[in-house]
Design a protein. Structure first.
Length: 367
């Protein structure tokens, strides 16, 4: 049993038996891996807390920071990691960073705010969770207590926030179309193109702690169609064409996301993921952070549907750079496709079975 989670079934496998491994661009994967290494080597926390790294990962990162990479990248991975097939049935989706129109003031169309993180939003852990709290809640509102200290109460959900429950506690960063805002919440990052033409980027800064509910799943049930027939384009198109009913569906997702300006990012950088580093298209993977630590390499084998109807084989080494409320389970992954409309079109097509192989430090590969 590999050392990461004793309750996750892992089966050792040889690199030679990984179909597509030899053909992958290991130098590109190594460059993505390096993005995580300064924080891992320094034991720094990510934007969203994840499971601590397995023994040996920090040492591997220190070695990677002085390694040549390039043509030696494949040898580096094979020398420092051991591959294990994740036994659970694998499934992958994909996501992207949208670019949408926004305004600095509300308009008839761009009527809802992209909100900054409120100062009273705090993470809920086992150390501070009130006994009466729903165990599914991962954040709370801190209120001044009568007798010193701070009292925690459940944070308002999406519907309550939309109805004004936060008042002035959360500052508006931009004003968007309601469906565009919902898309930004689902993706976790956004580029906003303002009326004067300038683009500003916003990154994930926190969430209200309520469980995520998939609007796509709700719409599948509402329309009585097969899940495989639902794409992101169909979802957002339906929400735009059916505004009132769409609003009711969106409000059933009680989870609400807050943002921050990401002015430190260059125009060619990916958005910041949960690990606190810019994401790399087709090399960054969102994983279940309660199971896997950031920085772990995962070899993903699946197919990527294309708008033409073609289904292209995919076998690449990705790095666990991100997480998401909908990403639950050991063999569940979300592939970052990039930024903009084309990346969004491609991401919306991906709902595929997959084989996930996690690479664990060789020094901690087996108990």
């Amino acid at each position: 049993m590999a050392a990461q989670r004793p309750d996750v079934a892992l089966e050792p496998v040889a690199y030679a038996d990984l179909a597509g491994w030899a053909r992958d661009d290991h130098a590109a994967a190594f460059a993505a891996f390096l993005k995580s290494c300064p924080a891992i080597a320094a034991d720094a926390a990510g934007v969203r807390a994840a499971r601590p790294g397995p023994p040996g990962l920090a040492d591997i990162c220190r070695a990677a920071l002085v390694a040549p990479g390039g043509a030696e990248a494949r040898r580096f991975f094979e020398a420092h990691f051991r591959p294990f097939v994740i036994g659970a049935a694998g499934f992958v989706t994909a996501y992207f960073e949208p670019e949408i129109g926004g305004s600095t003031r509300p308009t008839a169309i761009r009527s809802v705010p992209l909100l900054a993180r409120p100062a009273d939003l705090v993470a809920v852990t086992e150390a501070n969770r009130p006994a009466v709290f729903d165990p599914a809640l991962s954040a709370a509102r801190s209120r001044p207590a009568v007798a010193g200290g701070g009292a925690l109460e459940p944070y308002p959900d999406r519907a309550a926030i939309e109805d004004g429950a936060l008042g002035a506690a959360a500052a508006p960063l931009a004003f968007l179309d309601p469906v565009d805002l919902f898309m930004a919440h689902v993706q976790g990052s956004v580029r906003v193109r303002f009326d004067d033409g300038h683009v500003r980027r916003f990154a994930y800064a926190g969430r209200n702690g309520h469980p995520y509910t998939s609007a796509a799943r709700l719409l599948v049930e509402r329309l009585g169609i097969a899940p495989a027939a639902m794409t992101a384009d169909k979802l957002y198109g339906w929400l735009r064409a059916n505004r009132e009913e769409g609003r009711r569906i969106m409000r059933q997702n009680r989870s609400y996301i807050f943002f921050r300006p990401a002015d430190e990012l260059g125009p060619d950088d990916g958005p910041v993921g949960g690990a606190g580093v810019p994401l790399t298209p087709l090399r960054s993977l969102a994983v279940d952070r309660s199971i896997w630590s950031y920085g772990l390499p995962m070899f993903v084998t699946t197919v990527l549907p294309l708008p033409s109807g073609e289904r292209r084989a995919f076998a690449q080494l990705l790095i666990a750079h991100d997480t998401g409320s909908a990403i639950q389970g050991p063999a569940r992954g979300d592939i970052f496709m990039g930024s903009g409309a084309v990346a969004g079109l491609l991401a919306g097509l991906v709902r595929e079975p997959a084989r996930l192989v996690v690479l664990l430090p060789a020094a901690a590969g087996a108990n």
